[in-house]
Design a protein around this ligand. Structure first.
Ligand code: GLN
Length: 487
């Protein structure tokens, strides 16, 4: 197995035993990017000289005998929605084409503190709005398993670069499924932490009550390691929760006894692709073989209304978050400056793509006087009902299992003219964000056409520890996580 196919944990071991240096590792991944990224197009920015310099600094630190961080010499790719000091951060938008943040996001600081090598910034749907990475203003990322298909979104670049072995691990963000869905479609692991578990400081906001940062990895062990690094309290994010972070990697291999897996009947209704359904059913059987008990549950309100509630709450929040991009403070400003209002509207018309404009309009409408009660306030009430429904479900089971996405990766362009069809691809992932709980996707099989399928685990808030152990139980009994595509 070549270096690029290794997990972060394996790369750490190779360095510790002197079989590879951080520079060797950086060179191997840079070469993979050169060779593969023209097809995959996961990266918006890779600064080779800087990557080498970071790796050499880690090697020098190792030589000096200084204590090394948990990710020493491990290349990590970062979604372009996270601020990186002195490094262009665009959100895949024309609006931020020339934006160079003067500070690092909290999670980027954490990666640096643990001696990771930041390998580059990854492509995404503009401002994280989308499910296919087709809303990027810059390029189209493809699925490494079939480059005529989408990688999922909005963190498509971060998922595709790990699947394609252009980076061993990466960071994405998940507002309605943007880590779990691309992880599923690219055949890797993706974790959406509990709301408040990871600081959002320096994450360019889409919908502040839903956004969370989380990792992509080849396997659960690497995902747990990344969680140890990025989770934890930060006073700069008022929603960050002051609760100690367990050492996830320490408990990971202890199976959960008397495991009760909740199976929501609505997750297996008409909308589910039958082939995906079969693969999910086989993975549930695997859990039973490991001693788990199935608990049939029902989530009728979420299953019926979560997509509608999400597309009111998320658009309302994005309409106010994106108001700051007015051409006055930073970001794009139109060349056709006339009066103030015309400058605002031309700037925003030129800087934002179609989907972002659509969402700002939807959200502004949902919040406008006369309609706020009918839409926004009503959506908040239904959001509460969905939360109650999940609380009741978790009184009967330890984890909720089901498909991450109703279909495998679809063709490029297949849903671009039908936003509603695109929105429906989030049907299983969205409730998790509305309710604020943790979720993840793990690889659980392939379709006859060779496309990966993901199994979603949903767990009570701040229970990542147990969720990761449950995921690891399945992984230890299967080998889906060891597969790599031919790119
Ligand atoms: N696909 C969803 C959307 O378009 C979720 C995006 C996300 O999680 N950032 O809003």
């Amino acid at each position: 197995m070549s270096l690029i196919e290794k997990t972060a944990t394996e790369l750490l071991a190779l360095q510790a035993s002197g079989q590879a240096t951080a520079a060797d590792i950086a060179d191997a991944f840079l070469a993979a990017i050169k060779q593969r990224d023209p097809k995959v197009k996961a990266f918006l920015l890779v600064n080779e000289a800087d990557v080498r310099q970071q790796a050499e600094a880690i090697d020098a630190k190792r030589k000096s005998g200084a204590k090394l961080g948990k990710l020493a010499g491990v290349p990590v790719a970062v979604k372009d929605v996270l601020c990186t000091k002195g490094v262009r951060t665009t959100c895949s938008s024309k609006m931020l084409e020339h934006f160079i943040p003067p500070y690092d996001a909290h999670v980027v600081e954490r990666l640096k503190a643990e001696d990771a090598v930041l390998i580059g910034k990854t492509n995404m749907d503009e401002f994280a709005m989308g499910s296919s990475t087709e809303n990027s203003a810059y390029q189209q990322t493809t699925n490494p398993w079939d480059t005529t298909r989408i990688p999922g979104g909005s963190s498509g670049g971060s998922a595709a670069c790990v699947a394609a072995c252009e980076a061993p691990v990466s960071l994405g963000t998940d507002t309605g499924g943007s880590i779990r869905q691309p992880a599923a479609l690219c055949g890797i692991v993706g974790v959406k932490p509990t709301y408040g578990r990871v600081s959002r400081y320096g994450l360019i906001a889409f919908a502040s009550s839903l956004d969370q940062v989380g990792p992509f990895a080849h396997d659960v062990t690497d995902a747990a390691l990344m969680m140890e690094v990025i989770a934890g309290h930060d006073t700069r994010d008022s929603t960050s929760v002051d609760q100690s972070v367990p050492e996830y990697t320490k408990t990971l291999n202890t199976p959960v006894k008397n495991l009760r897996i909740g199976i929501p009947k609505e997750f297996f209704d008409d909308g589910l692709d039958p082939e995906v359904g079969k693969i999910i059913e086989a993975s549930l059987k695997q859990y039973e073989a490991l001693g788990a008990k199935r608990v049939p549950i029902s989530l009728p309100i979420g299953s019926k209304f979560a997509v509608a509630v999400y597309y009111i709450v998320a658009t309302a929040e994005c309409s106010s978050n994106l108001a700051r991009f007015d051409g006055m403070h930073y970001g794009h400003r139109t060349k056709q400056k006339t009066d103030l209002i015309a400058t605002y509207s031309k700037t925003r018309g030129e800087g934002f793509g179609k989907e972002v404009q659509r969402r700002i309009m939807l959200g502004t409408y949902a919040l406008s006087s006369g309609y706020a009660d009918q839409y926004y306030h009503k959506a908040l009430k239904v959001r509460r009902l969905i939360k109650n429904e999940f609380d009741a479900a978790f009184s009967q089971c330890d984890v909720i299992l089901g498909p991450t996405s109703p279909t495998p990766a679809f063709k490029l362009g297949e849903k671009t003219d039908n936003p509603l069809a695109m929105y429906l691809s989030d049907i299983y992932t969205i409730s998790c964000n509305l309710v604020g709980i943790a979720g993840m996707s793990i690889p659980c099989g392939f379709t006859a056409g060779g496309l990966p399928v993901g199994l979603q685990l949903l767990s009570p808030a701040f229970d990542e520890d147990r969720m990761l152990r449950i995921a690891r139980m399945y992984e230890a009994a299967t080998d889906w996580h060891t597969k790599r595509p031919v790119v």
